[in-house]
Design a protein. Sequence first.
Length: 157
Amino acid sequence: MKINLYHIGKTDSVFLQEGISEYLNRLKHFVDIEVSDVSGIKQGPNMNPELIKRKEGEKLEGMLKKSDLIVLLDELGKEYSSRGFAGWLEKTMNSGPRQISFVIGGAYGVSKEIVQLSDFRLSLSKMTFTHQMVRLIFLEQLYRAFTILKGMSYHND
């Protein structure tokens, strides 16, 4: 099983970069994971949010494999508790996809084409986070899910 994480843009904040690096190192004990930065589109004078999402979506489409299970992190997606997410992850991994590709959009989200391409939509919260913070929050939850599945003491109910 391999997990891919695709996200739009770079992580500018040093404390977020350090946290992301920490959880990626922890996750490597459980799963083959790869993170891909998809370059964002700079907002110019003739660029509106829909055009930016479309152009970023075109870049994402060129990277995503249709054979992967594509999971879009989306505020309108399915919400889980940490244990519920661990259960979903276990069931998904056991159902046969060779790779799961998680997608985090840019500041404006993702294009409707990427929404349509996704197999599942997952929400981390009804609250709104910056797209850069979502990277760290998601990786921590992914790590938490694996520790739950392995019966480790990281998660406290």
